[in-house]
Design a protein around this ligand. Structure first.
Ligand code: PHB
Length: 356
């Protein structure tokens, strides 16, 4: 019998009622102090029929923030807020993991403690503008992290993971994608360090490996996933050899026996994407694999039936279709997402999409 999106499954120790995953989606609707609110719990609970929900990217420390109103996991009030979210999802039989996020240079002094410069592997300014509370503002040249500061960054991932477990999450996903801090270390356009965290791909992957080891030590490997985006140019990032780099990343993550590797299989937004073979990447990773980007129901079923992926993450479809699982089951028409309400605002375009 061949598997499809509706087949039950397992990623590490996380059992899935189906293989339809809600992708991490930034929605900028946290409350005062970047604390999750009842409306956020309602939003996630509406989507609890997914096999797995991955939360929106969640800053692990005050310096990890780069956008307005993104819910954090670095203080007590935030943990209490997230408890409401996990309780609401679990009450409806769902599973939810928290995505651990540090934005690195994709920030702005106005979003940093003490108006400090954002931090990055190297002092290289991204092209473009930051979303701030005062509107769009040009990115600034970040401050290169000193090697002595890196254990502190790893420690922030550990604290955030402890907080996530305390808040009742079923696991955590390390955000190593989309041009944020860990990806800035991985790729050679943003990492020009000359110490043991720069240069070779082995060195550029060192921070990801240290974070993974530390998070695994706290949560257990079977509750930890890692998200990568080998050819996403989003946030002004690139690499001279993405296939070699990310095959290596998959090789060195494999021995951890993680719950899953989650790959954004293309580019978001503008920008050229180099050749890349995701089937080849997949062969380098020993463990569960979640595929994401531009999948519909037919492509998702095909990827699962062929063994390419164990589950498929849907992003914008999940914004507009809280009952995506039921709609796939019934081959029902899908609501279209309204781009104008993706980032910020209240219930409009958030908790008011109709179910069947
Ligand atoms: C965004 O805010 O646009 C965003 C955040 C996290 C991602 C991707 C995009 O991984």
């Amino acid at each position: 019998m061949s598997l499809d999106l509706l087949s039950p499954g397992k990623l590490g120790s996380i059992t899935l009622q189906n293989r339809i995953v809600m992708a991490p989606l930034t929605r900028n609707r946290a409350g005062e102090g970047n604390v999750p609110q009842p409306i956020n719990a309602e939003y996630y609970a509406q989507r609890a029929s997914a096999g797995l929900i991955i939360t929106e990217a969640t800053p692990i420390s005050p310096t990890a923030h780069g956008y307005p109103a993104t819910p954090g996991i670095h203080d007590k009030a935030q943990v209490e807020g997230w408890k409401q979210v996990t309780a609401a999802v679990h009450a409806k039989g769902g599973k939810i993991v928290l995505q651990l996020w540090h934005v690195g240079r994709i920030s702005h002094p106005s979003l940093q403690p003490g108006n400090a410069l954002p931090v990055a592997p190297s002092a290289i300014k991204p092209a473009g503008q930051a979303f701030t509370y005062q509107g769009l503002q040009d990115f600034v040249t970040p401050r290169a992290l000193a090697i002595e500061e890196l254990p502190g960054i790893v420690a922030d991932y550990v604290t955030a993971t402890k907080h996530a477990l305390e808040a009742g999450f079923d696991g955590v996903e390390i955000h190593a994608a989309n041009g944020y801090l860990i990806d800035q270390f991985l790729r050679d356009s943003t990492n020009q360090r000359t110490d043991q965290y720069g240069g070779s791909k082995e060195n550029r992957a060192r921070l990801l490996l240290e974070v993974t080891k530390a998070v695994v030590d706290v949560a257990g490997a079977d509750r930890v996933g890692v998200r990568i985006s080998p050819l996403n140019p989003f946030n002004d990032i690139s690499d001279s050899d993405p296939q070699g780099l990310f095959n290596y990343v998959a090789d060195v993550l494999s021995p951890f026996k993680l719950a899953y590797l989650h790959a954004v299989e293309g580019g978001m937004g503008d920008g050229a994407t180099p050749d890349f073979d995701f089937n080849e990447l997949r062969k380098h990773f020993n463990g569960g694999y979640i595929a994401n980007l531009a999948y519909d129901k037919a492509k998702g079923n095909a990827a699962i039936a062929s063994g390419h992926a164990d589950a498929i993450a849907y992003g914008s479809l999940y914004i507009a279709n809280p009952d995506l699982v039921e709609r796939f089951k019934q081959d029902a028409p899908l609501n279209s997402p309204d781009q104008s309400t993706f980032y910020g605002g209240s219930e409009k375009g958030y908790t008011d999409y109709p179910t069947l």
